[in-house]
Design a protein around this ligand. Structure first.
Ligand SMILES: [Zn+2]
Length: 208
């Protein structure tokens, strides 16, 4: 367990943000020039209202991880057939998993393409382009001090009967050792209707 670089002493509020989840897929495309890379960037940009996308690599091998906002998979096929018509080498993998990410990594190495950094789950450490849960630490002035991200599996394993226990389970499982926060008590901040926010009980802050 590594000590967190976050100054736990400054944390006054913690927000839990569940993120919309959908079907994941990865596209691998071989490009020959900048124009082709731009076509891809524009293509995924145009679908941003229904398809979240995150570029995994650039250079000769351009790859994107995508997340569908609804269950209709036909969009994935449409994009695949467009790509196959316009590019020589195209792979559509219908999930994001370690196997496809290893392939992206290998192909990047072989082709001299650049792998973009993606977020990792702060519990299991696996690369995760679309974390299911984020928690943010805020100070007294509502300035964000840091964010932790968790994958779907770790989110499910931390599920508890209420949000406060859920937050506690996430913090306890986190790779960072939140020594101080793990000992604190939280109260739900009801002033914030849109998000699940907790503030740290003030009498404890005063004694710390
Ligand atoms: Zn995880």
């Amino acid at each position: 367990m590594a000590r967190s670089r976050l100054s736990e002493r400054s944390v006054s509020q913690i927000c839990v943000e569940p993120r919309p989840q959908g079907l994941h897929a990865v596209y691998l495309v071989e490009t020959h020039n900048e124009q082709e890379a731009e076509i891809l960037s524009k293509l995924f940009g145009d679908f941003s209202s229904v398809l979240q996308s995150l570029q995994l690599s650039k250079g000769k091998l351009v790859s994107y991880a995508v997340q569908l906002q609804n269950q209709d998979q036909s969009l994935l096929d449409e994009i695949e057939s467009f790509l196959k018509k316009n590019f020589g080498f195209v792979i559509l993998h219908r999930s994001f998993d370690h196997m496809i990410y290893d392939i992206v990594r290998e192909l990047c190495k072989d082709s001299g393409s650049a792998l973009s950094g993606i977020s990792k789950c702060d519990i299991c450490g696996k690369p995760e382009p679309f974390p299911e849960t984020a928690i943010s630490f805020l100070d007294k002035e509502n300035v964000k001090l840091g964010t932790r991200l968790y994958c779907a599996t770790c989110t499910a394993e931390s599920a508890r009967r209420n949000n406060k226990e859920f937050l506690r389970a996430l913090l306890a499982a986190d790779r960072s050792d939140f020594e101080m926060l793990n000992r604190m008590d939280f109260v739900r901040n009801r002033s914030s209707k849109k998000r699940i926010a907790f503030r740290i009980k003030s009498e404890q802050c005063a004694t710390m």
